[in-house]
Design a protein around this ligand. Structure first.
Ligand SMILES: NC(=O)c1ccc[n+]([C@@H]2O[C@H](COP(=O)([O-])OP(=O)(O)OC[C@H]3O[C@@H](n4cnc5c(N)ncnc54)[C@H](OP(=O)(O)O)[C@@H]3O)[C@@H](O)[C@H]2O)c1
Length: 266
């Protein structure tokens, strides 16, 4: 299969977990990196590791993906300094651990702002320049939760499902003009995702889920995800055996939904 390594990559949510691991993976391949997230000091540490790993140039910019106006404004200023990235990885995201009955509406809005609107705002901000150049690739961190709904993640599942609708449409609109999309759907990956997940009132859970603790090591995921992006795959489901859930849901939907009702969710 034909592969490519982009020379300039923008990764959102690069201060920890999957974003950090993808930054290091692409740094080892010799890519220059634009790293954004809210915690600038932590990003600077990641940038240092990326330079040591081989990234020719690494820029750090604080950016809150839930601030739509800032996303558009900063995208213009950042690309004026760095150039237009060949690859955008929409990775920033927050998960959820709470039942529908108890979850405050503000929690749903916050998850949609970061996981969905943030990703579409930055993609829209960069798309015109990618189209002008005649090439560009957008990778999106969805989830198995973007393929079917599971308890305690109603808002998170909604946001991840919405990403598939939006980016499948974007791919269909701009494929002929050189724009590609890779939807990455991880199952359980060892990161702080459950610690940072929002509870019913919007407070972080601050606990590691067993499933996440026993999940795929994040560096292994980053290697597989980088390969899928380099092969311009349109959608991949990565992780341990839980990823078979996507196929069970597709081919045995009734059985799988009844299994999910009884499955341990945390
Ligand atoms: N780990 C898994 O099992 C798993 C499975 C499926 C999908 N995913 C997806 O993978 C992506 C990365 O998650 P992770 O597992 O690496 O979790 P993580 O360690 O909690 O990382 C989340 C990242 O998102 C950033 N972020 C959160 N809110 C933000 C905001 N308002 N603006 C900008 N950045 C923000 C965080 O940076 P700051 O706090 O510095 O802003 C952090 O870098 C997410 O989209 C998640 O849904 C993870």
């Amino acid at each position: 299969m034909k592969t490519y390594t982009p020379s300039l990559i923008w990764i959102t949510g690069a201060s920890s977990g999957i974003g950090e691991a993808l930054a290091l993976e692409f740094a080892r391949k010799g890519a220059s990196l634009i790293l954004t997230a809210r915690r600038e000091a932590v990003l600077q540490e990641v940038a240092k590791k990326c330079r040591q790993a081989g990234a020719p140039q690494t820029w750090v910019f604080p950016l809150d993906m839930s601030d739509e106006a800032a996303v558009f404004k900063r995208a213009e200023a950042i690309t004026a300094e760095t150039g237009v990235p060949e690859l955008l990885i929409n990775n920033a995201g927050i998960s959820q651990r709470s039942y529908v009955k108890e979850t405050e509406m503000s929690v749903y809005r916050r998850i949609m702002e970061v996981d969905f609107f943030g990703a579409i705002a930055l993609s829209k901000a960069l798309l015109p320049a990618m189209l002008k150049r005649g090439s560009g690739h957008i990778a999106v961190l969805s989830s198995l939760a973007g393929k079917f709904g599971t308890p305690m993640r109603s808002g998170y599942c909604a946001a991840k499902h919405a990403l598939h609708g939006f980016f499948d449409a974007l791919r269909a609109e701009y494929h002929q003009e050189g724009i590609g999309v890779t939807m990455l759907c991880p199952s359980f990956i060892q990161t702080d995702v459950s610690r940072n997940a929002l509870t019913a009132s919007g407070e972080p859970l601050q606990k590691m889920d067993d499933a996440i603790a026993q999940g795929m090591p994040v560096a292994v995921f980053a290697r597989q995800a980088a390969a899928a992006i380099s092969q311009r795959r349109e959608e991949v489901i990565l992780g341990g055996k839980e990823r078979l859930g996507a196929w069970l849901h597709r081919f045995f939907p009734r059985w799988f939904r009844s299994y999910l009702r009884k499955a341990p969710v945390r």
